[in-house]
Structure formats: C-alpha cells, structure tokens
Design a protein around this ligand. Sequence first.
Ligand code: SAH
Length: 380
Amino acid sequence: MQSPTHNSLLGLTLQELTELVLKQNQPAYRAQQLFDALYRQRAEQLNHIFTLPREYRAQLGEQGWGVGLPRITRKFESRDGTVRYLVEMADGETVETVWMPEGDDGESGDGSEAGDEIESGMAAARRRATICVSSQVGCAVNCRFCLTALLGVKRNLEAGEIVGQVVAVLREQKVEPPTQRINLVFMGMGEPFLNYENFMKAVRLLVDGVGIPASRMTVSTAGIVPRIHDFGREAVRPKLAISLNGSNDELRSAVMPLNRKWNLSDLMQAAREFPLRARERLTFEYVLLAGVNDAPEQAREVSELVRGMRAKVNLIALNPGPELPYQTPEQERVLHFQRILVASGIPAFIRRPRGRDIFAACGQLKRTIDVAPGEVEDSG
Ligand code: SAH
C-alpha cells in the first residue's frame, strides 16, 4: 500500500539518490543500495529493503519517503496470452500496461538471432516478452481511430510512474533477472514526445536500473516533429517508430488532425534526417481503415514517401471500437497493400493484433472500469 503523501523514491536517479542520502548524513553507498533495491530487486516497500539498516528505513519513512511502486488493480487475460493491466498511481489515476508473451512477431524489432537460445520453455519465453508502456494518463493527440483519444489528457506520468509500470509487471509476472531479453514498446496510452523529459528519464532508469537495453525498446510517436529532432541527439535512446496512417496531407489530416501542425513534408524531413545507428531501421506504422486509406493508390503513395529510407512499414488493420467511425479492412485488402509496398522494395509487415478479445490491442487502451471480458482478478 502506498499513501499519496509519500515522496516516491522510484523515479530518482543514482545521482539524485546520492544527494538524498548525503543530506541525511548517510554514507554514499546507501544510494547504490537503494538504486539496486528499487530497480533490480523491485522492492515494494521500504521495509523490505534489508540491505539498509532498520533505523535508516525508519528515518526515510518518517521523512515521508516511500517506494512509490504503482499498484496493479485489475488484470484481463486474453486467449492468446496477452495480459492487460490496470495500473494505479499514488493519486488514484490509472493507466494500462500490456504484457505480450514471446515478443510480437518481430514487432519487438530486436533483430535477435535464435542461435543464442539454449534455454527453452516458460522461463525463456517469459524473458522474451514485450511490455507495452503508457506515457500519459489519456492523450491529447486527437487521432480519430484511437480509443485513448476519447479520454483527453489528464496529466503526464512522472518518470517513476513510467518505470513503475515495468517494475510492477515484471514483479507480477515473476520475471527473474536477467531482464535483458525483455522488449519494451512505448505504445500504450499517451504521446511519449509530449512528455519528453519524463519519458527520457524513464528510459535511462530502465537501462541503468532495471537492466533492459535501449536497443530492445521502441518509442512510437504520432509525429511531434521538434521532439524527433531532439530524440535523434540522445546518447541513449530507444528505436523510433512514427505513426504515418495517411499517405498524403489531406488523408493524414482527416485521421490525425495534428498533421495540420506538422505536415507530411515536415515529418518526412525529420525522418530522413534522423541519425540511425548501424543496422538500425526506422519503423512507420500505418493503421489501415477500410475505404479510407487502404487503396492500392495509397500504398503507392506510401512507397513514394518511404522510398530510399532505411525503414520498414508495419501495417495494422484497424482494431475496431464501438465509438470509432471506421471499419476494419478485409484481410485480402491488407495483403494487397502489403504486396504493393514489398514490390517497390519496402519491407512491410502485417502486425498481428494482440489481445483483441480483452481490448488490449493497439489503440484500444481506454480505461475500463466496467467489467470487460477476460477479467480474472480484481484485487482493488
Ligand atoms: N501516441 C503514440 C503511441 C501510442 S499508439 C503514437 O501515436 O504513435 C501506438 C500505435 O497504435 C500507433 O501507431 C497508432 O497509430 C496505433 N493505433 C491507434 N489506434 C489504433 C486502432 N484503433 N487500431 C490499430 N492501431 C491503432
């Protein structure tokens, strides 16, 4: 249990923890002990951090400090193994975090080879899973095909609340370290590039603290162009995915009104200038909406946009929602769109929907307080 009056330790860097312990007249190595306990051992309470003397744990508590681990209050399990978690922050706000066992058909994009896998069975599969993380409570970007958009934006998540989702889910799934085979996608609720500082701080804590390599992380943006430039200058950063979803300005503005602010020529220029590392590829995501952006002509426009770039296109057939004004295209239409891209030399993949039966698939995250199918536990 956490009390809202707590100052959260989760979210502090080693440097910040060092400043804290020194101010409390503790030896500097206490900071490393705290850092390991928070991010590696995933302590839930101060009282469980046995590397610290009891008196110091009490002192921290008296001064209002707590771990600040978000609480999983609900979970929904899909037939395909995907689990959607409702995660509650100290102020009672909730976001969703999704666990997808055994990666996501290469969407994890980790480029790993099977050769180094001696392990088999459950433990290995668990460590290869993908966690889809939220960056904001709700979202301010008004994409017409996305359910999270209907919530509006409540607030940004703190770095500790972003890391906390991962820590809470790793705990819940009993994933033993090492965690370097876990993939993270920042593709949950919210627009990470509209909460840029907290998102990047979370990335650094996930790398240094939790031990997940940045090369196993992908962040998806709706196209906040100035932040794409900033992101390219980061020393440590996830891979970049850009939500395209329209093949020309008229179409893209209709489905993603933010295209009026940063249009396709701004966006594609930022994408072309983005400094890729060796063997790294950009990802463009393209949600196919029946009769809107899924015609062969639009596939050709997409291939013109992406031509010459070190990039791939992930095609996502719309995950429908009752409040959405669009339909999911027929599979044949999706395949045809893919064939046109591939024929013009663009790697294009069809993304398999995960956890559709529990509304955990892309764009379906919208806080569900009503009972939804697949609910297996309510500890809240
Ligand atoms: N705000 C970020 C990340 C969250 S959305 C972004 O926009 O990229 C992650 C991906 O899901 C995006 O590519 C988005 O276009 C896609 N998506 C949103 N709603 C969807 C829906 N109903 N069906 C399929 N994909 C959807």
